[in-house]
Design a protein around this ligand. Structure first.
Ligand code: SAM
Length: 201
């Protein structure tokens, strides 16, 4: 997947297609993570979540990891270097420090991976989480045919625009559970098409 081409347009394409629904999902659990000290923002794209996190939490230090150099540049432009380390890397192979983070954020990121990749990713990232760490997830769901059609259309778009190979959402919940995380809270909107989840280990 290469998001460089769509990086500067990502926000307005999202706004056109989904209004503010995804932005609301990303921000939903911010009040619950105001005590976080070390955060990992994975596949955070243009940095809109990271900017809000730092705005609401004056002590957190964050690591941002994304595969796209243009996404990274946009995030850095928005958020700045104070309290954030940026890395352009593949989250599937990146070596994360063990027991480091008390907050992990993955918004609309799990949908980039097939089942084996997602298992690998979550296992690697879980090893970087401290005991008691929180993990916030925003993701699509396909509870009905209209939602399934919309998500299929999104996969088609991302397949063409970024070369994304995945075509189907994988249920991340059993994988997070298998790594010792439990779902604390969840919130959904757009007829359950998009969800935010707060997990804790
Ligand atoms: C669908 S976008 C979501 C961006 C952002 N999290 C949001 O909520 O808008 C997926 C992001 O994940 C990044 N990405 C995809 N595969 C990746 C990987 N293997 N490692 C790191 N980043 C990856 C892409 O470059 C892109 O910025």
């Amino acid at each position: 997947m290469n998001c460089d081409l769509i990086a500067p347009h990502y926000w307005w394409i999202e706004r056109l297609g989904m209004g503010r629904a995804l932005e609301r999902r990303r921000r939903w659990f911010l009040p619950e993570i105001e005590n976080a000290r070390r955060a990992l923002a994975l596949g955070d794209g243009d940095g809109r979540f990271l900017r809000e996190l730092l705005r609401r939490n004056s002590v957190v230090r964050a690591d941002y990891v994304d595969l796209s150099g243009r996404m990274l540049a946009l995030a850095r432009q928005k958020v700045g270097d104070e309290r954030v380390g940026y890395k352009r890397a593949d989250a599937l192979t990146e070596e994360f420090p063990r027991d480091e983070y008390d907050l992990i954020a993955t918004h609309f990121f799990f949908d980039c991976f097939g089942p084996d990749e997602l298992k690998l990713l979550i296992g690697r990232v879980a090893a970087a989480a401290r005991p008691g760490a929180r993990w916030i997830v925003s993701e699509f769901r396909t509870p009905n045919i209209p939602a399934w059609l919309l998500v299929s259309a999104l996969y088609l778009f991302f397949g063409i625009a970024t070369g994304l190979k995945t075509r189907k959402l994988v249920d991340h919940r059993p994988i997070l559970r298998s790594q010792g995380f439990r779902l604390i809270k969840a919130s959904r909107s757009r007829g359950a098409l998009v969800v935010s989840e707060l997990w804790e280990r």
